[in-house]
Design a protein around this ligand. Sequence first.
Ligand SMILES: Nc1ncnc2c1ncn2[C@@H]1O[C@H](COP(=O)(O)OP(=O)(O)OP(=O)(O)O)[C@@H](O)[C@H]1O
Ligand SMILES: [Mg+2]
Length: 268
Amino acid sequence: MEIKKITVIAGRGRDGKKEPLEGLELQMGDIASIVGPTGSGKTALINDIGLFADGSTPSRRRILINDAAPSREFLEDPSKNPIALITQHTSFLSDMPVYKFLTLHARIRKSGKPEVIVEETLDFANQLTGESIITDSAMTELSGGQSRALLIADAVIIGNSPIILLDEIENAGIDRNKALELLRKYEKIFIFVTHDLGIALLSNYRLVMSGGAMQKLIVTEEEEKRMAEKFKVLDEVTLHFRDRIRAGDRLAEKDLTERLRRAQKTLI
Ligand SMILES: Nc1ncnc2c1ncn2[C@@H]1O[C@H](COP(=O)(O)OP(=O)(O)OP(=O)(O)O)[C@@H](O)[C@H]1O
Ligand SMILES: [Mg+2]
């Protein structure tokens, strides 16, 4: 089944009142962010989407795929489920070695030649992590960042899921600029729950949550897109020093001054 769009029909906020925004419609190729303070209901919303809520979750929201109630098949057969949800807290139940796990998944999904597709998946994941994943190690031995990177790569490449929901990828310590750059090459619906300025501004629009309810939808205008480029330059300065700290180096003020001077030239 070809996925063209997904619709969220509003339900109720935590106070039981109707949500201010009546609904949300995402078309294939859209990148959306969900923003809002801690506890505002962002995770609850993407869980509703991931579960194909039908009015029976606490929010009473309903999800439609291509304007119709999703087929039961999606929930019953994981290989037909068009949604991949990468949660805030990942843990694996299987202690299978990484390579074996990916190969098995590639065979089940029949997404291409397993060896080729597994290599592509590992390459994608390793571009997001600081240290490469050792393919003979057990899934349960991966670090938090490595697990998230592997799950993202697995959902995009092996699962080939048309709809990908990502809960706060920035907190896993993976390279978020690289992640966005890689993900944008794929034609999918991406929904990022994020507290990150760069991710929010690189999205086509952002949904604002509070009190467990969808409040409003803000389309990213040209002005904000220009600002996003500038934030990226500033971000790269900070990331450079974060990497120095991670590498066990000492920081030099002169280095910062020089980088800020260079950044200023492109910024103003
Ligand atoms: N519409 C709703 N109706 C009832 N309960 C809700 C609703 N939305 C959210 N909640 C509940 O409110 C609590 C906080 O929501 P949630 O975990 O989704 O917040 P969050 O925005 O993801 O926070 P964080 O940024 O800390 O991850 C949860 O217990 C959730 O089940
Ligand atoms: Mg959350």
